[in-house]
Design a protein around this ligand. Structure first.
Ligand code: ASP
Ligand code: MG
Length: 689
């Protein structure tokens, strides 16, 4: 039985390295006949191709050094004479043939060394045995040569051969691997080992992607795919002869012989994705051969990963189970690393199960967002989101598989308590006035709460504090960033200050989207104030009864939450609310209200005009200010000058201005303050925090 061992150029590049090769051969020779196929020493093929005399001399010196280190006495002299003669022959050879001498030099040294070590050694002339393009003839010649010999160890140059026209030729750059496969197939070797300077075939080229790791086993097909799309570790034509003969290919590291390696054979691939290779500016994500599965699968994940790295894919084309991705050459390595990270660097994944309450616009936007971005979220954060419960005010549904359907009557909270896996979160996306009364039960059961329901945090301060305490005692999250300014990071910013012992001196919050919209849309002489209110009501921007907005109720709740977040135990009764229109207008029926509002237009217009004349704009501001006698809180219309951040608010934008002891200038947060998508994205952020 034969083993075929092929050594690459760096494995034979120096006397030290060659002694490693000898150790490896020694182990194999104990098991049977060995055919050792070798490349030229590293750099030699390039030097010979250059035709440059200086480089020839340099190569001659390097070979001479190896001989000096490996041999002594008469052996050394005899071998040096042989090499001198071979170098002379090379210099006199036709230019096209000079490149074929590198493998002759290296194998001449190796064969001589093995002979001096006492092996019955024979050097095989690949130029006679390997016939380019004729595998049957090649196999016959190799078998005949071996049968006629009594040697135990054969040494054959890789890369070189004879062509159909009878001339000396090569098998192409990197071709020694293929030579070894031909020798192995000819004798049905029990083992074909490609010894190189990396630990096998890796998920990426480690020079480009430091996180690359060895692929322990792979199919012939996957190996061929990697090799023919830029993975230099294996010369692609090597695969076919080995596969046809059913011989496994081992890719091993000469510099860590017992370390990690790759076995290529007739085995299914272990995972969906094998590795990334690149050629020019095209990256190939190599996929496993699995029935009915195509490279299209990877398109979305690959696109997300690149986008996140700030890279645009110029094109993507599926080819069988693999996907080709074209990028700009300048970003190739970055792109390889980004793709490698998502497809091959496994992150521990934590499951996050969500029980959602509420079936309004926010809840629907959240459900859609989770559906569409769960994959991207998992890749980015290692968290697997799953909605496992849904409910409206009457019915609910739970399903740990992730497809809950509303339809059961009964107590949703009770069902949540009974089914929630560890680490579940309860999402309150309702407008319920009372749901918060159940928060403690959930928190005590270890279920965290994410809420967009500001009613839950704007009751008495005692209730607010009790919920917080309960969350803290049970070590579970309680988050409600969405309750003020939707997706704007307002509460977080205030809590940061409070946590670092900064003291809030004042807060001004222009947080009523409805009123901002109406106020910033009003022009004296244009559409009447009443008609703007009516339009806002009709477009669903106001509460069903718009007087709740005009009365400042919503702004009041937000101010309470802001203050409490800053550590100030503000109560509703502490806040002086001045409705935007006289109290009397807010009474009676809705038609009466609109009638009164129309009649009020002249006064409203004149006030607005006066403010404009003085260079002010009117804004509905909730404010809190530290005075010597404690905090003073109020809500009402305020004239703001152009230096005020709220002066330039557009539409439903919000602005929060916080002055604190640590900072001479206020913190200003401004941006879109409402919208179902904004609220949903804010909830999602709270979930992922
Ligand atoms: N020495 C040749 C080359 O550098 C063949 C080989 O190393 O496989 O391409
Ligand atoms: Mg190679």
């Amino acid at each position: 039985m034969y083993s075929v061992l092929k050594f690459g150029g760096s494995s034979v590049a120096s006397a030290t390295n060659i002694s490693r090769v000898l150790d490896i051969v020694e182990k194999e020779a104990a098991k049977g006949r060995v055919i050792l196929v070798s490349s030229a020493i590293s750099g030699c093929t390039d030097a010979l191709l250059s035709g440059d005399r200086e480089q020839f001399r340099d190569m001659e010196r390097r070979h001479g050094d190896i001989v000096k280190r490996l041999f002594t006495g008469a052996d050394r002299e005899a071998l040096q004479n042989r090499l001198d003669a071979l170098f002379l022959q090379m210099r006199e050879a036709p230019a096209a043939e000079q490149v074929t001498y590198g493998e002759i030099f290296s194998t001449t040294i190796l064969a001589a060394k093995l002979a001096t070590e006492g092996y019955k050694t024979e050097w095989l002339d690949s130029r006679e045995l390997v016939v380019k393009g004729d595998e049957p003839l090649t196999y016959r010649r190799i078998r005949e040569a071996l049968q006629a010999s009594r040697a135990d160890v054969f040494v054959a140059p890789g890369f070189i051969c004879r062509n159909a026209a009878g001339g000396v030729d090569t098998l192409g750059r990197g071709g020694s691997d293929y030579s070894a496969a031909l020798y192995a197939a000819a004798v049905k070797a029990r083992s074909l080992q490609i010894w190189t300077d990396v630990p096998g075939i890796m998920t990426a080229n480690p020079r480009q992607v430091p996180a690359a790791r060895t692929i322990p086993r792979m199919s012939y097909e996957a190996a061929l795919d990697m090799a023919s799309h830029g993975a230099k570790v294996l010369y692609a034509p090597t695969v076919a002869p080995a596969m046809a003969a059913g011989i496994d290919i081992e890719i091993r590291n000469t510099f860590a012989p017992e370390g990690k390696c790759t076995l290529i054979g007739n085995c299914p691939d272990a995972s969906r994705w094998i590795g990334v290779a690149s050629e020019g500016n095209v990256i190939r994500l190599v996929g496993a051969r699995l029935p009915g599965i195509g490279g299209e699968d990877a398109r979305e994940t690959a696109g997300n990963a690149l986008r996140e790295a700030g890279i645009a894919a110029l094109g993507m084309t599926a080819d069988g189970p693999s996907l080709d991705i074209e990028v700009k050459p300048a970003v190739l390595d970055q792109a390889l690393r980004a793709l490698h990270r998502v497809f091959f660097q496994e992150m521990p994944v934590t499951e996050v199960n969500l029980f959602v309450a509420g079936d309004g616009a926010v809840s629907r936007a959240l459900q859609q967002m989770v559906r569409e971005s769960a994959q991207a979220v998992r890749e980015r954060t290692g968290k697997q989101l799953r909605i496992v419960g849904l409910a409206n005010s009457r019915e609910y549904g739970t399903d740990l598989g992730g497809n809950p359907v509303i339809g059961k009557k009964g107590d949703y909270i009770q069902a949540v308590l009974e089914t929630a896996p560890k680490g579940s979160l309860f999402v309150d996306a309702t407008d319920s006035e009372t749901l918060y009364l159940r928060y403690p039960e959930l928190l005590q059961a270890g279920i965290g709460i994410v809420s967009s329901n500001r009613r839950s945090f704007a009751g008495s301060y005692a209730d607010f504090a009790a919920i917080h305490l309960c969350a803290r005692e049970n070590g579970v999250p309680l988050r409600y960033e969405t309750t003020v300014g939707a997706a704007l990071p307002i509460l977080e910013s205030i809590a940061r200050g409070a946590n670092s012992c900064d003291e809030v001196l004042s807060i001004e919050a222009v947080v009523s989207c409805t009123l901002n919209q109406i106020l910033s849309g009003y022009r004296p002489g244009g559409a009447s104030f009443a008609s703007l209110v009516r339009r806002a009501q009709e477009s669903g921007l106001t509460e069903p009864d718009p007087r709740l907005d005009l009365g400042g109720r919503d702004a009041l709740r937000k101010l309470l939450i802001l203050a409490r977040e800053a550590g100030i135990p503000l109560e509703e009764s502490d806040v002086k609310v001045r409705p935007i229109v006289p109290e009397t207008l807010l009474q009676g029926s809705l038609p009466q209200f609109y009638e009164g509002l129309e009649a009020y237009e002249s006064q409203w217009a004149s006030e607005a005009l006066e403010a404009e004349r003085q260079g002010f704009r009117r804004r509905f501001v909730a404010s809190l200010e530290k005075t010597e006698g404690g905090y003073v809180a109020g809500i009402g219309l305020k004239n703001v000058p152009p230096v005020h951040p709220a002066y330039y608010l557009r539409g439903t934008e919000n602005a929060i201005i916080v002055r604190s002891a640590f900072h001479p200038y206020p913190l200003v947060i401004q941006g879109p303050g409402e919208g179902a998508r904004e609220a949903a994205s804010s909830i999602l952020n709270d979930i992922l925090r």
